[in-house]
Write a protein that binds this ligand. Structure first.
Ligand code: GLP
Length: 230
């Protein structure tokens, strides 16, 4: 799955259909990033023209904190590829004015011509980036309160339940739906119900991933074990 995801991203970079990318964190995309880094090292692909954006971040967290999504993106991709620093746009958790950061981020996305390819993971509760169940689908980048299910899923990365952040900042559903292409990655047993909600084919505010239904260029890469028997 990681290799197929990397193939998709490389083909999109190579044929010029994707310059600006929205990038996910989480366990699911780590294998894809390994392949991308390896291919970039071998000179098979280049990120020199790419504009890279991350999808989300915990609020209140310094980019230096290894648990931050900022640090994740550097560790798994940015620090190992040939993208110029000024073309990397990572949300920060510790800014003085979070609303201003959201506006600046949206301006940077607009300046890049919008997102060409949004690569998304899937939350067990159906979230995409940090767009939790019930969220407005009309928003661009905004600050969010994290769902209890999300906080629980993130608990293994923190010393205790109380240390798991309760808020985040995320690209909104409107930004994600406006991407020219969307690649959704689904792995792990906990995603079964969310994927089933998507495959049911009905928009449902309780499952934010269903906001992608109707997108004209949506690709889904899912573990075979998660696919319903046909
Ligand atoms: C977090 C992120 C999402 C990501 C999800 C899935 O909640 N905010 O962007 O898609 O985790 O993570 P994993 O791939 O570890 O299951």
């Amino acid at each position: 799955m990681a290799e197929l995801a990397a193939d998709y991203v490389c083909a999109s970079l190579a044929d010029g259909s994707a310059t600006s990318l929205a990038l996910p964190t989480g366990d699911t995309p780590i294998g894809m990033y390994k392949h991308l880094v390896e291919r970039c090292r071998r000179g098979e692909i280049s990120f020199s023209n790419a504009e890279l954006f991350n999808l989300d971040e915990y609020t209140g967290m310094s980019p230096n904190n290894p648990r931050s999504y900022h640090a994740f993106m550097r560790r798994h991709l940015i620090d190992h590829i040939d993208v110029p620093a000024e073309q990397v746009h990572l949300l920060r958790g510790n800014v003085a004015d979070p609303a201003e950061q959201c506006r600046d981020f949206d301006r940077a996305i607009a300046a890049a011509g919008g997102i060409d390819l949004a690569i998304l993971g899937l939350g067990a509760n159906g979230h995409i980036a940090f767009n939790e169940p019930g969220v407005s689908w009309e928003l661009d980048t905004h600050v969010v309160t994290l769902d209890e299910k999300t906080r629980h899923a993130h608990r293994p990365n923190f010393p205790d339940e109380a240390s798991v952040p309760s808020t985040g900042v995320t690209m909104g559903v409107n930004t994600l739906r406006s991407a020219r292409k969307v690649l959704l990655l689904c792995a792990g047993e906990s995603k079964r119900e969310a994927l089933a909600a998507l495959l049911a084919g009905r928009e449902d505010r309780a499952w934010p991933v269903t906001s992608l239904l109707g997108h004209t260029d949506l690709s889904i890469l899912a573990e075979a074990a998660l696919m319903p028997a046909s």
